[in-house]
Design a protein around this ligand. Structure first.
Ligand SMILES: Nc1ncnc2c1ncn2[C@@H]1O[C@H](COP(=O)(O)OP(=O)(O)OP(=O)(O)O)[C@@H](O)[C@H]1O
Length: 583
């Protein structure tokens, strides 16, 4: 309940939308009400008609009005229902189209980065499912609940005008279905739902683990144990589901019983009120029958409440991510850089509440410098790149490119920073389209110039359709080195002044590695290059080397300086010789 209150207070996905299109919402409630009212009125007029006809009216005209009304309500009921469905789906679709746009903006804001914390596809999938649930939330919970309550008020007030005591009894009786049953459902089934979700989440993790490590279970000869364990968990979940179903069955049964009692009450009321004249007696069946078609409208309130916990999760998730998105989306003003010197001053950084990854780092990277960043796995090299890209913000100190913080450059970061990482992606499109990812306006001539620089002209000329050859067919045929060179050509077309190399040669054989590095440094001669690497192959191609250890820059200098001054570095060079520093 506390959670529910908090959700209502902080919600930005449900309540604000109820206020939009208020007119349509009122129309939905009206049509929904008229559907149920027509159902009740149909039974009412039918009841009257049957009783009146049993008295053998002398003339058909004596029952003409009830006949017309029976027909009118008979046609009215499905017509109102159809109109109500049409309008409510129209309302929901309008809202959902707004939702989808908002969802897209929110995912986009959260995943602008190459090193994004959340996997875009996963997030989109989860949130798109949540949106579907919100659609149902309106159609299965919000609308039926409002319609049910309006009807509840109408009946109790309507009967109360004739006889306040009977009105009060009805208020209490039907209140058991419309108020008490949903509250009890929330308390009982809500707790079970929570328990079930916990069990299912644990089981999901365990089964995923088990499937991933299936070989080990088989080799250890413990498959029977694994199956028994999972069977037990499945049976726990099944027990909870069964209890929930039992509860629902009992709730529906008791609700129907209450409706039966209400019908008896109305029977008695009609008898006392109208039963003493030969004409008045015709109303008795009319009143008693009218309540039955309305029972669905009352019972569906509790059915909606049963589904609330499921919707609640989805709404909470959407609200949670939208708050995050607002935080990410704030810096709007986009400064233009005139120079590209990078300056890092006394920078410290930690991930959330963890201990510092980097402490008190100061470093100047003048434009066009070639810098290599070395360090053991987990030293903080990638973290430094994230700070440079503006994906993370330092807790202390500062980092700037041309005097501007990288976070302020996010929206047009591609103008200033390009990244070549371990696995550049070649899309299922033509060679030309893959290259134009770097620059949509590039002419064919510019594509060929870039290809020539990275020494791929010959290869592309030999492809069946040259620049228009689809990469899907050929993608797998390209070697790792060729793929890296295609990505490099893309970067050349992008023409950003600063290029980040995140271990681009991992997995290449030493000869290809050297060749690729030589090409990279040759074509990027006029750019600033920041190169994270584990290997010392090609280290002589850079102007400066830094070595990160214990959260700080342990060594720094040119290759010659480090070779002259650092026994540690010479040890690494000796160990490496084209091999590895830390593996
Ligand atoms: N998103 C994150 N949340 C919390 N801790 C993180 C996160 N990313 C990295 N870390 C931690 O920060 C430290 C530095 O990680 P980082 O990826 O920067 O190291 P690295 O030097 O690039 O390592 P490698 O060479 O293996 O890629 C590690 O201890 C890592 O576990």
């Amino acid at each position: 309940m506390q959670n529910l209150k908090k959700l209502i207070r902080t919600d930005s996905w449900v309540i604000p939308y109820l206020k939009t299109y208020k007119g349509l919402l009122a129309l939905i409630v009206f049509l929904g009400f008229m559907t149920v009212f027509s159902g009740g009125a149909l039974m009412f007029t039918s009841g009257f008609l049957i009783s009146r006809s049993a008295q053998r009216p002398e003339n058909i005209l004596m029952v003409y009005v009830p006949i017309v009304l029976t027909r009118a309500f008979g046609i009215g009921r499905p017509s109102f229902r159809y109109a109500e469905r049409l309008v409510s789906h129209n309302w929901v679709l309008r809202i959902v189209s707004k939702f989808r746009k908002r969802l897209f903006q929110l995912v986009e804001a959260n995943t602008k980065s190459i090193y994004a914390k959340t996997q875009t596809g996963d997030m989109l999938n989860v949130l798109a499912n949540d949106l579907d649930k919100i659609e149902n939330f309106y159609l299965r919970l919000v609308f039926p609940t409002i319609i049910g309550f309006v009807l509840y008020l109408f009946i109790t007030v309507g009967v109360g005008i004739f006889n306040p005591f009977v009105g009060l009894y009805l208020l209490i009786l039907i209140g058991m279905i419309t108020v008490l049953a949903p509250l009890v459902t929330l308390a009982v089934n809500g707790a079970r739902d929570y328990q079930k979700k916990q069990l299912e989440a644990n089981m999901y993790t365990r089964v995923t683990d088990a499937v991933m490590g299936l070989e080990d279970w088989i080799l250890a000869g413990r498959t029977a144990e694994l199956i028994a364990q999972e069977k037990q968990h499945l049976s726990d979940i099944w027990m909870l589901t069964r209890r929930q179903k039992h509860f629902t069955w009992w709730r529906t049964f008791l609700s129907e019983l209450v409706i039966g009692l209400a019908a008896l009450l109305l029977l008695w009321f009609a008898d006392v009120r109208f039963g003493d004249t030969s004409f008045g007696v015709n109303w008795v069946a009319a009143f008693a029958l009218a309540i039955f078609p309305m029972s669905d409208a009352f019972i569906s309130i509790a059915t909606g409440a049963e589904e609330l916990p499921r919707y609640q999760d989805s709404i909470e998730r959407l609200n949670h991510y939208s708050t995050d998105a607002v935080q990410v989306a704030e810096p709007v003003q986009q400064p233009t850089l005139t120079q590209y010197d990078i300056q890092i001053n006394a920078l410290s950084f930690a991930y959330e509440d963890d201990q510092n990854v980097l402490t008190n780092i100061s470093l100047a990277i003048p434009a066009q410098q070639k810098l290599a960043i070395l360090g053991q796995s987990g030293a903080g090299k990638t973290t430094l790149l994230k700070l440079l890209l503006g994906d993370e913000i330092p807790q202390a100190g500062s980092i700037s490119i041309g005097g501007v913080s990288p976070a302020a450059l996010l929206a047009n970061r591609a103008r200033y920073l390009a990244v070549l990482d371990q696995h550049p992606y070649l899309f299922a499109s033509s060679v030309a389209n893959n290259l134009r990812l770097g620059n949509l306006q590039a002419t064919d001539e510019e594509l060929w110039t870039a290809l020539r620089k990275v020494r791929l002209t010959h290869l592309v000329e030999s492809l069946p359709e040259g620049l228009n050859t689809p990469m899907t067919e050929m993608g797998q045929r390209f070697s790792g080195g060729e793929q890296q060179r295609f990505a490099l050509a893309r970067i050349l077309l992008q023409d950003a002044p600063i290029v980040i190399l995140d271990e681009p040669t991992v997995g290449l054989d030493p000869i290809t590695e050297r060749a690729v590095l030589e090409i990279i440094f040759e074509v990027l001669a006029e750019k600033t290059v920041i190169w994270v690497t584990h290997h010392l192959t090609g280290i002589e191609l850079v102007d400066k080397i830094i070595f990160i250890e214990n959260q700080t820059i342990m060594l720094s200098g040119t290759l010659a300086e480090l070779m002259n001054s650092s026994a540690r570095f010479n040890g690494l060079l000796e160990m490496d010789h084209g091999a590895l520093i830390q593996e």
